[in-house]
Design a protein around this ligand. Sequence first.
Ligand code: ADP
Ligand code: ZN
Length: 621
Amino acid sequence: MVNPLDTALDPARRLLRTVFGYPAFRPDQEEIIRAVLRGRDALVLMPTGGGKSLCYQIPAMLRPGTGLVISPLIALMQDQVSALRQHGVAAAFLNSSLPYEEQQRIMAALRRGELDLLYLAPERLLHEDGGTLALLRRIEISLIAIDEAHCVSQWGHDFRQDYLGLDVLADHFPGTPRLALTATADEATREEIVTRLKLTGAERFISGFDRPNIRYTVRMKNGPGADLLAFLRERQGQAGIVYCLSRRKVETTAERLRQAGFDALPYHAGLSAQARRRCQARFQRSDGVIVVATIAFGMGIDKPDVRFVAHCDLPKSVEAYYQETGRAGRDGEPAEAWMTYGLQDVVRLRRMVDESEAEEDHKRVQRTRLQSLVAWCEITRCRRAALLAYFGEDYPGPCGNCDNCLNPPRTFDGTEEAQKFLSCAVRARQRFGAAHLIDVLRGKETDKVLRHRHQNLSTFGIGADLSARQWHAVARQVVALGFARVDAERHGALVLTPRARPLLRGEQSVELREEVRLARPRPARKERPAAWEIPAEDEPLWQALRACRTALADEAGVPPYVIFHDATLKEFVRTRPQSRGAMLELHGVGQAKFERYGSAFLDVIAGAPRPEEDLQSGQHP
Ligand code: ADP
Ligand code: ZN
């Protein structure tokens, strides 16, 4: 039965609704699809989770012929193709992991024009005897989508030699629309994509970088690991990534989490390729796994329901932070970016930059980038607005979904504290790190103090009124505000910058976070997890639906989210559909999926006890 309204919608929206089960396009998706349907090339820059895939999947289904999707990662291809097949779309992938007969079968289907979408790795297209390319040239191609297009950039982290050869597609398939898609931000990369892929005539679609469903939180380190455990305990059963700077810390953190009862796995470049693959597969395919990782874990993670990304150490730059946290919440559901940091992190990262082999120019850029991130960590205004401003985007904040918006830090005139701290650094000839300077300020006669005769400095003991923790907060902020920097060559010594002079001369004042002044930090308002909480009375139904999903996923050999996303299960809980029609109305339920799984979930819902309010309202006549 066709809903009469559907015939009035244009074909793209009809597919969106009947195949994918979504009521409306997101901003930009519709325009991109229209451009491609008109035969135009497109450069699509959209944040992770923005919905790039539909931009080529839908036109590929509408235009005659097969759509080619070039993608760098074989594991991801497989997941995308199984997701499409669940939707009833004729999709396949070709790569060397397939048995010969299977490859022959797919080639035959291609020749007969039976496929809407074919996923390929670039090397498959360009090398391997050229047979694939020859075949593709003989059949009708509806469009070519080049995913992760920033892989052509030789300056980027994800450079792939094979991507450079993709410019030949322009010559082999003139007149076939080509799309280059990426989530990587900067202008230079964009231009490189256009030039290298011969996309000069392409329409450009640059979407904003905001990820509204991600909540940003930054906390000061409070002792090894305690904060992380507290954060995770509120998020039992959720999938997430915990980033640490070193392999050793990855191992110890993963171990500690396992002992605390979490399903946590370590991941770093020191593990065997097999162990890494296993870890990645478990994360991708199960429901609540936490991966503790160095930044080696990243690209190739295409799991939409990552509920949090936690940084136990400071990343290297704002760009890195944005990219790493961007792996959370691709499904658009509430997700968290949580970080804890201390001045020690800054010292360590500075040392890594200074000791690297890079050119001096490059090092200077790295230092500036690190400094920008430190400054961002200490800001007291909306974090989202500041993050987007860094990428040149105006955000009419405050966002209401970052720690500073939810729990605004109070500030006070901290000029005196900053002056005391900076002059202590000067008296100690700018050769000592924060911990020692704080001992001096607080009048502690440690061995080191006595050895350097720092008990004789005029600043000795002038800061006894503040705790060490409070002084650490001062130290972080004078660094974040650019009055001093850590000198890695001198083991993290605090060195004044020219900006410190007016402050020391009393010509300038400075606002610091209030935590500095209070004897004890204000008890933070209880942080509530950002994820939508299932009301207690609905918990049994929620768990039953998840169990049903897991069973179906195991049976089909796909990750649970491929059956239905969390958002769709939540809709089931909220609306408790009783019929085919009611279920088809819901977000994420297309016809093919309903035919396959609808009745299983309808049964679960029908068998669930109704919550009390409903029983009460049922008493009314
Ligand atoms: P990207 O490749 O840009 O990171 P995806 O294409 O994987 O993002 O889409 C991210 C998520 O958003 C997927 O779960 C997808 O099903 C969902 N999505 C995409 N477009 C829409 C839409 N118009 N309405 C609802 N959900 C959508
Ligand atoms: Zn905010």
